[in-house]
Design a protein around this ligand. Structure first.
Ligand code: UD1
Length: 432
């Protein structure tokens, strides 16, 4: 995909199958590099970012194949390079995850620095500082990080408690799993995707205490075996479809998903006036009126996910009343607002926050998606707008959402897509 054309105004209704998590699958694919035996991963979504990560593992020499039952088999016995190609890293920041495993298992990692990004500054200094603390010699030259260590040494790592980086937590816990001695990571992130990766590592023989908490104690082991494992459901996809149901005054069930993983998102939907039904494997949203205005502030899990902030902004743009959305993770995450203004929204972006004065109706317009989550938000805006909306840059949405147009059409949306050239350059390929 694609350019996406939507005729708004149809209430969505039905059940959406939720795919495996993008942000949950990427750490699992990288973690597989640590394992001496074959790893089989299930519930891996068919999206562009996963294809990029598979290309990355293959570029390092791994054998990666999908089985007929959908299981992704990763065999690392053929790894023959510790040099990650720039062309893949610049497409997706998540590919920096290979640094920790390469360094820990092969004693060396040469990984290009990911560079700029449309949703804001996204440095990797926490990752690099952690590798150094683990005893690696690290050089940053020619746009590349080159790290070496005969064997990493356990240590104590303090992460910034205000930011609690998902990526750095993953990279450092992967590296520490094969280090010599005990590593304590303070202020680790506890996103469900990170916890799933910790459980995977433990199943492969890693010694990790404090799984799911902000203090991880990892005693390095000499080797990790392989295992068969499933990625969790994508809570961002589930949240996006629930918000779509609320925006179109519909009746939408997402399944399978764990309500716990959506936590505060469900709380905000309830405050906005949605009727929710929560079961063990599913959540249903029903909405019959315009939403109520709710103030939201993004924060690391269990706080409000920044990845759902743009979709939430669309919901607040048609609310009864004014709301403030504060963005505390990525400085440029309001880049969808200019496009939303073209659809009739009344939003003012200040430093790190936006004031949404709800309008009764959005109106269709041609708009451009700047990143995955902005693209999904603009599709949602089109679903509740009067008339036709054309979202270009749909190829970005395809990086993180499996068959979003097909799934929306199955819920009754009037939506179609036409192929579009993939945009070039790191900005267009930024991770969300
Ligand atoms: C991950 C998610 C992304 C989500 C984000 C925040 C994946 C593949 N991506 O991105 O969808 O929006 O978490 O939940 O899981 N920071 C630094 N230095 C570092 C690392 C991070 O300053 O070395 C800052 C970032 O600029 C940002 C904050 O820390 O302000 C959090 O970033 P982080 O949690 O690392 O995001 P990602 O792992 O890149």
């Amino acid at each position: 995909m694609s350019r996406i054309r939507i005729t708004g105004g149809t209430p969505l209704s039905g059940t959406v199958p939720i795919s495996g998590s993008k942000n949950g699958s990427l750490p699992l694919l990288a973690a597989a590099l640590l394992c001496e035996d074959e790893v089989v991963l299930h519930n891996i979504p068919s999206i562009r970012d996963i294809r990029t990560m598979i290309k990355m593992l293959r570029a390092l020499g791994a054998r990666v194949e999908f089985r007929e039952d959908g299981g992704l088999v990763i065999d690392n016995s053929t790894i023959n390079s510790v040099h990650a190609p720039y062309d893949l890293v610049r497409r997706m920041r998540g590919s920096f995850y290979v640094a920790g495993p390469l360094l820990a298992r092969y004693g060396e990692a040469r990984v290009p620095l990911p560079g700029g990004c449309v949703i804001g500054t996204r440095p990797v200094d926490f990752h690099v500082r952690g590798f150094k603390a683990l005893g690696a010699e690290v050089e940053e030259r020619g746009g590349e990080m080159h790290a070496r260590a005969d064997r990493l040494r356990g240590t104590r790592i303090y992460m910034d408690p205000r930011l609690r980086s998902v990526g750095a937590t993953v990279n450092l816990m992967l590296a520490a799993s094969l280090a010599d001695g005990v590593t304590v990571i303070e202020n680790a992130s506890r996103e469900p995707e990170v916890v799933n990766c910790q459980q995977f590592l433990a199943a492969c023989g890693a010694d990790i205490k404090g799984i799911g908490t902000t203090t991880l104690t990892i005693t390095g082991v000499d080797r990790l075996s392989g295992t068969e494992w499933s990625a969790i459901s994508d809570r961002m996809e589930a949240g996006t479809f629930l918000i779509a149901g609320a925006l179109t005054r519909g009746d939408v069930t997402v399944e399978p998903v764990k309500a716990d993983h959506l936590g505060i998102v469900l709380e905000v939907l309830e405050q906005a006036g949605c009727e929710l039904k929560i079961d063990e494997r599913s959540v249903t949203v029903r909405m019959s009126e315009r939403p109520l205005a709710v103030d939201v502030m993004t924060a690391p899990y269990p706080g409000y996910p920044t990845d759902l902030q743009p979709a939430t902004g669309v919901l607040m743009s048609i609310a009864r009343g004014a709301s403030v959305i504060e963005e505390r993770i990525f400085d440029a995450r309001f880049n969808y607002v200019d496009e939303l203004l073209r659809m009739g929204a009344d939003v003012r972006v200040m430093e790190g926050a936006a004031i949404f004065k709800g309008v009764p109706q959005l109106f269709g317009a041609p708009v451009v998606a700047s990143d995955i989550r902005a693209g999904a938000a603009l599709i949602l805006a089109g679903l509740c707008a009067e008339g036709e909306t054309e979202v270009s840059g749909g190829v970005l949405v395809d990086r993180g959402y499996e068959n979003i147009t097909g799934k929306l059409a199955d819920l009754g949306a009037q939506i179609e897509e036409e192929p579009e050239e993939a945009p070039e350059g790191p900005d267009a390929e930024c991770l969300g």
